[in-house]
Ligand binder design. Structure first.
Ligand code: SF4
Length: 189
């Protein structure tokens, strides 16, 4: 695991628990999360411990968002987590640098399980030549929203009147290091 935030409004619909999984084999120029690329970095956390932590957030969140890094590089563990939180009534949103077609073409049971446990998938590599200016949460125009269940409907990615199009959150950790989320362009940390 790369990092986690127990309550954010910058990574999907409503209040969410956000989990950045460590490791990504893709190398999109301008990647906004280069510190999550090395699979050997980060820390190992048991799925059960994460589920307990997420459920402890109780009514404060409506769902969980997995980002990275690449969540599908740890698909089986991520799927186990997502199944459990969905059984508790939470929604699941996943960001992947791979397209849905690429994921479905893989012969990997874990990948299929994670797709089956996902309500809302955002797919595709980050393309810094096509910055997104209209839709929320995504970095570039090529990235697509896939509504894999009926939990969310097309249009959720666009701000309603009175809502902010982009929310950026800054947290200061130990030693004064800043953790920035909600801004998918370039590395701010
Ligand atoms: S898929 Fe995401 S984490 Fe991986 S290199 Fe591209 S922008 Fe970075």
């Amino acid at each position: 695991m790369g990092s986690r935030v127990s309550g954010t409004v910058a990574e999907g619909p409503g209040g969410r628990y956000a989990l950045w999984l460590q490791g990504c084999r893709l190398r999109c120029p301008g990647c906004c999360n280069p510190h999550f690329l090395d699979p050997a970095a980060g820390e190992e956390v048991e799925v059960a411990a994460l589920v307990r932590e997420i459920l402890a957030a109780g009514g404060e969140i409506e769902g969980v968002t997995l980002l990275g890094g690449e969540p599908f590089d740890q698909a089986a563990g991520a799927a186990a987590l997502c199944r459990e939180v969905r059984e508790a009534g939470l929604s699941v949103m996943v960001f992947s640098g791979h397209t849905l077609e690429e994921l479905r073409a893989r012969e990997d049971a874990g990948v299929a399980e994670l797709l089956a446990a996902t309500d809302l998938l955002v797919d595709g590599r980050y393309d810094r030549s096509r910055p997104e200016r209209a839709r929320r949460w995504v970095g570039s125009e090529n990235q697509r929203f896939h509504f894999l269940t009926g939990r969310y409907a097309p249009g959720v990615e666009r701000a309603a009147p009175g809502e902010l199009e982009r929310v950026v959150e800054v947290r200061l950790g130990a030693g004064g290091r800043a953790f920035v989320n909600g801004w998918p362009e370039g590395d701010w940390t």
